[in-house]
Design a protein around this ligand. Structure first.
Ligand code: PMV
Length: 325
């Protein structure tokens, strides 16, 4: 009763920010992402009647209690689905070029959901797997699929209509996503806490909610017509708007560091010189830059010349979940 799965991480183009249900991980708004080819998690789950407790190894070390608890709580959901109370041994490896800074709960929970369900011989559809992964970390529901992926927020209270689906395969449009590493430390405010505080206290949150679905429609139109400039403009504006909602929270949340702002200005400068590059930033200081493959080299080299930039890793659209036999 053992299986191994690989899931790539994803970067949101239109962000998920805010939960309407904390237990089921139901979002306030729909979102859109690209699955990345270069950052992934490989997870092996083994269930056995001889195991007297769950154990979780992360990058070959026994995980902390905090990390383990999240994983065991998630595993209980899988055990409930399968009607079993067997304990498991979980080994997870985050294959990211740098030790910290890019590790992602999206690839982690997508790989865990896939490996655990396969080990228990549960036959889940991709849609069901997406709904399950969502309950480990919201953004994980998008990492089930490759390419361009939409997570429909759904309206039901049981979450049965809140899952992701692919809108364009990774082979249909190649764009470059440059991950710019500025700070490799774990963030002080988790995305869970950041979302909660923003929804509860930010006067700007209603503005986010009343405009984000339109942003999503525009981004989808840009993807379907392969209009990179249109996509870039909306992606950048959506990220700025998400961060603006957090600045309005009480107490305010600021994920950016000096280097993040330097990259923002640098991207604006590149555009003024005729290079179509756009940025997006998640709940942390590091920046992702989108550009066309023909401009990849010049954007890469120019980013590396900035003082606070430690590393730049080039990614392209990647595939959905894969299993190792
Ligand atoms: O799923 P979480 O808890 O890692 O939250 C993801 C939040 C953002 O990365 C900021 C946005 C997103 O849609 O991925």
């Amino acid at each position: 009763m053992k299986a191994t799965a690989i899931a790539n991480t994803n970067i949101a183009l239109i962000k998920y920010w805010g939960k309407r249900d904390e237990t089921l991980f139901l979002p306030m708004n729909s979102s859109l992402s690209i699955t990345l080819d270069s950052f992934f998690t490989v997870t092996t789950v083994e269930f056995c009647k001889n195991f007297d407790k769950d154990v979780f190894f992360l990058n070959e070390l026994q995980a902390t209690d905090k990390e383990s608890n999240k994983v065991f709580i998630f595993l209980n959901k899988v055990r409930d689905l399968a009607g079993t109370n067997l304990h498991a041994r979980i080994c997870s490896e985050n294959r990211v070029p740098t030790a910290a800074g890019f590790a992602s709960s999206a690839s982690g929970f997508a790989a865990l959901a896939a490996a655990a369900t396969r080990a228990l011989e549960l036959q889940l559809s991709e849609k069901e797997l997406s709904m399950l992964a969502r309950q480990g970390s919201g953004s994980a529901c998008r990492s089930v699929y490759g390419g361009f992926v939409e997570w429909q927020k759904g309206i039901q209270i049981d979450g049965k209509d809140s899952f992701a689906k692919q809108i364009l395969s990774e082979k249909s449009w190649d764009i470059s996503i440059l991950s710019v590493l500025l700070v490799a430390e774990p963030k002080k405010v988790s995305s869970t806490e950041g979302m909660k505080r923003t929804v509860k206290t930010s006067p700007f949150y209603s503005g986010w909610l009343s405009t984000v679905e339109k942003d999503l429609e525009e981004a989808k139109e840009a993807i379907s017509s392969r209009d990179f400039e249109k996509l870039g403009i909306i992606v950048e504006a959506n990220a700025m708007k998400m961060h603006a909602t957090m600045l309005g929270a009480n107490p305010p949340i600021l994920y950016w560091q000096k280097g993040s702002i330097d990259v923002i200005h640098h991207i604006h400068k590149l555009r003024s010189e005729g290079i179509y590059a756009y940025f997006t930033i998640d709940a942390g200081p590091n920046v992702k830059v989108l550009c066309l493959p023909k401009d990849e080299k010049i954007v890469y080299e120019s980013l590396l010349s900035l003082t606070d930039v430690q590393e730049v890793i080039i990614c392209h659209p990647g595939s959905g979940i894969k299993y190792l036999e």
